[in-house]
Design a protein around this ligand. Structure first.
Ligand code: S3P
Length: 682
């Protein structure tokens, strides 16, 4: 086994996230048909599309080439649902500006736990100064209600170099037909200015000040979204850290407000050559050819910070391998990103053995060549997962990542692309597996992937896709699995239904449950068969699907008896395998990835803290919001049951664990679907 990392290939980095959001938002605000090509199809951009749909804009399903019919800000309609912005700060802040500028619109913005914690006062204060009403339900953050109004012009000195703050103010002005001037302490990304100009608005830019003039009426515009420099940066870093090889990254956005990360990596010694530089759709772009270098420490501060803001976690990870001490300062904005990226990066660097220190507004990292080992906690932050994923790919390191699936926010195919360019043998892999296993070297990543592919080939379901979703009681796995199956257009198999069917058969037999033995239970098994519906494979009892009976109280009370009998489990496993042989399936249960389908194409393990599991169970049972006292009681019962549970679920080492505590069901489904799509490649 060599211990050298070699890279090769061309990486088509997905579309720029900032430009993708704006291509949808500005198309909706424009008049006429705007064509969008190569948009980023990631969770964050889906959030923007969803929010626009809730405001009455006909945004088609995202694809590589589609059109949006714009009818101007006046055509937006009062949403009848909360605007769910998921994990996306850009969606929240830019749409907040748009809603603020419309009289008669009021919208409540919600998001996941990470987004709900992020500061919104920075946009609320100028929007209120313009005449909108903004109310946060907590001290700051989401949920937040915005009531639009006929706004007045504003001349605003922003404390933050933030394109989201600047964009919120400019969009409020456009949406209300007034002018706005924003002064920033240093220049943030300027995609909004460029796109407004390209759509015919009068926009002046001088130093760090931007003015959008009154009555800007936006025209339709076709946008080709260039590749995202913040996503490309991971592969620039990877090539820089390699011992040999070269990566080619075409069509990367080279807007100077975004290329700080490349400047810093270049300064640290990564060899970056630009080719085929050109302008397209108002943005400069080009091809990056990247090669290894001998890496040295650097210092990052001042006006370079906003130009590299999203790349700083990655720079910190590269610094762990660079000669000398790297210092990042003046970057307190990092504390209010998807996670507190100063605390989280430093903690994780230390966890894997790097000498790193927190500063109030940055961090210090001392590089070394030593093997890095440990488990990274991403806090669901996509950029942390990818930054540490790059370190995980280096031979000799042994790094695991708790939630690799969170890359779905900005770069759904990240793991498969990473595996491909470091020489994994087959592209038919699960996106997150390379980093979810301990990676001793790139050869071992390749080996793990090979194992998956090889073991699949040896089974009767070699052509079948099986997605295994395991987890403890009330982790929400069954309804999530059902949705995942629906989204993927495959069948769902609820293994629990087979235990329930067997329980129901035995209850029908009239024998007292406390006398049941494995023999007597299986004596009734002949009454159960498999039935295929369009979307599932289900058990039938005496020739009928007996849903209500299977979900009823007596079956729920007695099912634990049959599920704890090893012989019965074997019988159920055989039925579930038969179900899996019928078609591509998503199967949920306790031991699907470990026992039933050890060769599954993707294994997911869902966890959630007991309080949240208890809450979900009660919501389902009571069909109302449970009180804290009720949840506390249910939590106790659940924890006690977990402890006694003979069938307690343990994750397969290859499973991707997703902590669903702070995720909506839709977010869980999005992540699993993104992983499944990566697993299906090839
Ligand atoms: C973005 C602006 C930046 C950046 C984020 C995207 C945008 O945030 O970190 O990923 O598209 O406007 P701030 O404006 O808060 O710095």
């Amino acid at each position: 086994m060599t211990t050298r990392l070699s890279v090769a290939g061309t990486v088509h980095v997905p579309g720029d996230k900032s430009i993708s959001h704006r291509s949808l938002l500005f198309a909706a605000l424009g008049q006429g048909t705007s064509r969008v090509r190569d948009i980023l199809q990631s969770a964050d951009v889906h959030s923007t599309a969803g929010v626009l749909r809730a405001l009455g804009v006909k945004v088609p399903e995202l694809s590589s080439d589609f059109v949006v019919q714009g009818h101007g800000p006046q055509a937006l309609v009062q949403p009848t649902v909360d605007l769910d912005c998921g994990n996306s700060g850009t969606t929240t802040r830019l749409v907040a500006g748009i809603v603020a500028g419309r009289e008669r619109l009021a919208a409540r913005f919600i998001g996941d736990m990470s987004l709900s914690r992020r500061p919104m006062k920075r946009i609320a204060t100028p929007l209120v100064a313009m005449g909108a009403r903004v109310e946060s339900e907590g001290a700051d953050g989401l949920p937040m209600l915005i009531v639009g109004g006929a706004l007045r012009a504003i001349d605003w000195h922003s404390e933050h170099a933030s394109a989201q703050v600047k964009g919120a103010i400019m969009l409020a002005a456009v949406s209300s037909g007034v002018s706005a001037t924003v002064h920033e302490p240093s220049r943030s990304r300027d995609h909004s200015e460029r796109m407004l100009k390209a759509r015919g608005a009068q926009v002046d830019v001088r130093d760090n000040t931007v003015t959008v003039h009154a009555n800007a009426s936006l025209q339709a515009l076709d946008v080709d979204v260039p590749a995202d420099p913040s996503s490309a940066a991971f592969f620039v870093a990877l090539a820089g850290l390699a011992h040999s090889g070269e990566l080619v990254l075409p069509n990367v956005c080279l807007n100077a407000t975004r290329t700080g990360g490349f400047d810093i990596l270049g300064r640290m010694g990564v060899s970056i050559t630009l080719q085929d530089e050109r302008d397209a759709g108002g943005e400069p772009l080009g091809t990056l050819v990247v090669r290894p270098g001998s890496l040295r420490a650097t210092s990052v501060h001042g006006a370079e910070i906003p130009r590299a803001i999203d790349e700083l976690p990655l720079i910190a990870c590269v610094a762990a391998r660079a000669h000398g001490e790297t210092r990042i300062s003046g970057a307190s904005e990092l504390r209010v990103k998807e996670s507190d990226r100063i605390a989280a990066v430093v903690q994780n660097l230390r966890l894997i053995g790097v000498d790193a220190e927190e500063l109030p507004d940055g961090m210090i990292i001392r590089g070394s060549d030593k093997a890095l080992r440990g488990h990274v906690i991403t806090h669901g932050d996509h950029r942390l997962a990818m930054a540490f994923g790059i370190l995980a790919a280096i031979p000799g390191n042994a790094i695991t990542i708790d939630d690799p699936a969170c890359v779905a926010v900005s770069f759904p195919d990240f793991w498969s692309e990473l595996a491909r360019v470091i020489g994994a043998p087959s592209p038919r892999i699960s996106g997150a597996q390379p980093a979810s296993v301990v990676t001793e070297s790139s050869e071992q990543i390749a080996g793990a992937l090979q194992h998956n592919v090889a073991s699949d080939a040896g089974t009767s379901s070699s052509e079948r896709m099986v997605i295994a979703i395991d987890g403890p009681a009330a982790s929400g796995k069954s309804s999530t699995a059902q949705w995942v199956a629906k989204r993927l257009g495959v069948r769902h198999v609820d293994s629990g239904a087979f235990y329930r069917a067997l329980t129901a058969a035995n209850l029908r037999s009239g024998r007292a449950p406390d006398t049941w033995s494995a023999d007597s239970v299986l004596g009734e098994a002949h009454r159960i068969s498999l039935a295929l519906t369009e979307r599932s494979v289900v058990p039938t009892l005496d020739g009928e699907t007996a849903d209500d009976e299977l979900r009823g109280r007596s079956v729920t009370q007695e099912v634990y008896r049959v599920a704890s009998m090893p012989e019965v489990r074997e019988w159920v496993n055989a039925r579930v395998r038969e179900a899996g042989a019928t078609s591509d399936v998503v199967v949920d249960g306790r031991d699907i990835g470990t026992v039933v389908f050890p060769q599954a194409s993707l294994k997911v393990f869902l966890i959630a803290d007991p309080w949240e599991r208890a809450r979900r169970r009660l919501v389902q049972r009571l069909e109302r919001r449970p009180t804290d006292a009720e949840i506390a009681l249910e939590t106790e019962a659940l924890v006690a049951r977990d402890a006694k549970d003979a069938t307690q679920s343990r994750p397969d080492p290859m499973a991707i664990t997703i902590d669903t505590t702070s995720l909506t069901q839709e977010e869980q489904v999005d992540r699993i679907v993104a992983l499944a799509q990566a697993a299906r490649v090839g």
